[in-house]
Write a protein that binds this ligand. Structure first.
Ligand SMILES: Nc1ncnc2c1ncn2[C@@H]1O[C@H](COP(=O)(O)OP(=O)(O)OP(=O)(O)O)[C@@H](O)[C@H]1O
Length: 523
């Protein structure tokens, strides 16, 4: 099922049909946790490559015995089942999970498609383990590592790749920026006609390698709202969305023209776990969190089932995306311009929860989306910018960033003081947007110019090396010529000596002949 990574040269868009596809659904079952082993529980799940079978717990069979199919296992079919319960044949470890799920979506992102992978499941079923992992081995870190391996290959094809990251959570229906120290509670969600819903004023940072990303993981994961519940020692109490925005720019051979631009986003979503208050042992603040989590997940469930019904029966029922912040933000990923995968995580026990997750996933697999690549053929002449201009821009960016920070603080204070938008606030917001766009523009220009300079520098180095090679060849040719000259001189010398020796020899021969027959000499 793994999809080999294809060449990274920017390719032409594929035909429209290949962009029309179903949400791919994967199901992963985790191993027993200590508390489950201690209880001597039985594994209720079995899997083949594409099917999942769930058998009822023995104690629940008697309560189900009234129905004809009571006690019968339920069988579901998905794009791929990921067996991580124990290490028997077909065991899916973190690397294999990346290989089976992450690789394909990274490839689509690099082709210019918006993509999304979301992990769904009851609390403690392995969503965070699948997405983040326990030591940089989850899908998110592995996708980022592979992305940077590929960007360095792209440079050889004259492609400059800029990667930006953002990380936010939806906690109690509010959006919080996980990468902003004083993230002002409750960022607004807005909708643009071309891009769909987006989070306003969300910070986004350019990253130049995996090390940079690790720093942002550390900041974001520390800020994420987690708490201890009975089911999971570190339960995620929010939905977390990590986004990689990838911009690829292809330069002409000479490096003085941009000929193609591709923009895409890869969204990686770790949903909060569905839960029952009694099972998780929650009360007070945790209970409120739990009910908000369940509310947004049930809206997600409704959205999924309506989308699924619309896709299968050509219906056009209105989809209640705006009923929760989560579904509004995921609007494009679920029903729009995106190639989307869902990983339904299940525990090997807990029949009711697992059955409900499998039904959810079963419904998701019928949803279709239409993804389009965002590629523009452009012909932009790039001006060589000298070092001084670059330094100036660097300075400008720092100044803009400081101004943005200052304005954000003013906005936060204003918001706290008045609680509603004033004319001044509106003006600041507009200015902030303009400044952010300018900062991004300058940053883009900086990256492209320095990429082009590097490209020219590398080419220059190549030519210098070639020239050095020619010089060395020439020197060795000259040495050869000199040595041939020496050989010729010595051959000449030998020839002279031979001539002298042959004259001497012929003289002595004449003399010998004369001694033997004097008449012959005088003839
Ligand atoms: N495939 C797996 N292999 C080994 N351990 C796993 C696996 N999946 C999950 N676990 C372990 O199970 C526990 C719960 O997993 P995790 O925290 O990922 O659940 P979750 O679904 O994110 O829960 P929540 O919704 O409460 O945040 C963790 O201790 C994790 O290490």
């Amino acid at each position: 099922m793994s999809v080999p990574l294809r060449s990274l040269a920017l390719s032409a868009p594929r035909d429209a049909d290949s962009n029309h596809g179903n949400v791919k659904v994967f199901v992963r079952v985790r191993p027993f946790l200590t508390r489950e082993t201690e209880k001597n529980t039985r594994c209720l799940v079995s899997m083949s490559e594409t099917s999942v079978t769930l058998s009822p717990e023995e104690k629940s069979i008697s309560s189900l015995e009234q129905t004809p199919k009571a006690g019968a296992p339920s069988v579901f079919h998905f794009d791929r089942a990921l067996w991580s319960f124990d290490e028997r044949d077909g065991f899916v470890d973190q690397q294999k999970a990346y290989h089976l799920v992450g690789e394909e979506y990274l490839q689509h992102t690099l082709e210019g498609y918006n993509t999304c992978i979301l992990a769904y499941g009851q609390t403690g079923s392995g969503k965070s383990y699948t997405m983040m992992g326990d030591s940089a081995n989850g899908l998110i870190p592995l996708i980022c590592q592979h992305l940077f391996r590929q960007t360095s290959q792209m440079r050889r094809n004259q492609v400059s790749c800029t990667v930006r990251v953002s990380y936010f959570e939806i906690y109690n229906e509010q959006v919080r920026d996980l990468l902003c120290d004083d993230s002002y509670a409750g960022l607004r969600v807005r909708e643009s006609p071309s891009e769909g819903p987006y989070v306003e004023n969300l910070s986004e940072f350019t990253v130049n390698g995996y090390n940079d990303i690790e720093k942002y993981f550390a900041i974001g994961n520390k800020q994420r709202s987690t708490a201890l519940t009975k089911m999971n020692n570190q339960s995620s109490r929010s939905h977390a969305v990590f986004t990689l925005s990838v911009k690829q720019v292809k330069f002409s051979e000479s490096g003085d023209e941009i000929i193609l631009e591709k923009n895409s986003k890869l969204r990686l979503v770790d949903l909060a776990g569905s839960e029952r208050a009694s099972a998780t042992g929650t009360s007070g603040v945790r209970l409120k969190e739990g009910s908000n989590i369940n509310k947004s997940l049930s809206t997600l469930g409704r959205v999924i089932s309506i989308l699924s019904a619309n896709s299968t029966s050509q219906k056009n029922t209105m989809v209640p995306y705006r009923d929760s912040t989560l579904t509004w933000i995921l609007k494009e990923s679920l029903g729009g311009n995106s190639k989307t995968a869902m990983i339904a995580c299940i525990a090997p026990t807990d029949y009711e929860e697992t059955l409900s997750t499998l039904r959810y996933a079963d419904s998701a697999k019928r949803i279709t989306t239409v993804a389009t690549q965002k590629i523009s053929n452009v012909h932009i002449k790039v001006k060589m910018e000298d070092k001084m201009v670059l330094d100036d821009k660097d300075f400008e960016i720092t100044a803009l960033q400081q101004e943005i920070l200052g304005l954000q603080q003013v906005l936060q204070r204003q918001g706290e003081k008045e609680g509603e938008e004033t004319a001044l606030l509106g003006m600041y917001r507009a200015k902030l947007q303009v400044l952010k766009r300018s900062a991004e523009y300058f940053e883009d220009r900086m990256i492209m110019t320095s990429f082009r300079n590097e490209m020219l520098h590398e080419r220059n180095q190549g030519l210098t090396l070639q020239l050095d090679g020619y010089d060395k060849n020439f020197a060795s040719l000259m040495r050869d010529v000199t040595s041939v000259g020496h050989t010729m001189t010595s051959l000449d010398r030998e020839l002279g000596e031979l001539k002298v020796r042959s004259v001497e020899f012929s003289d002595s021969l004449q003399r010998d002949l004369a001694a033997f027959s004097p008449e012959a000499v005088f003839e």
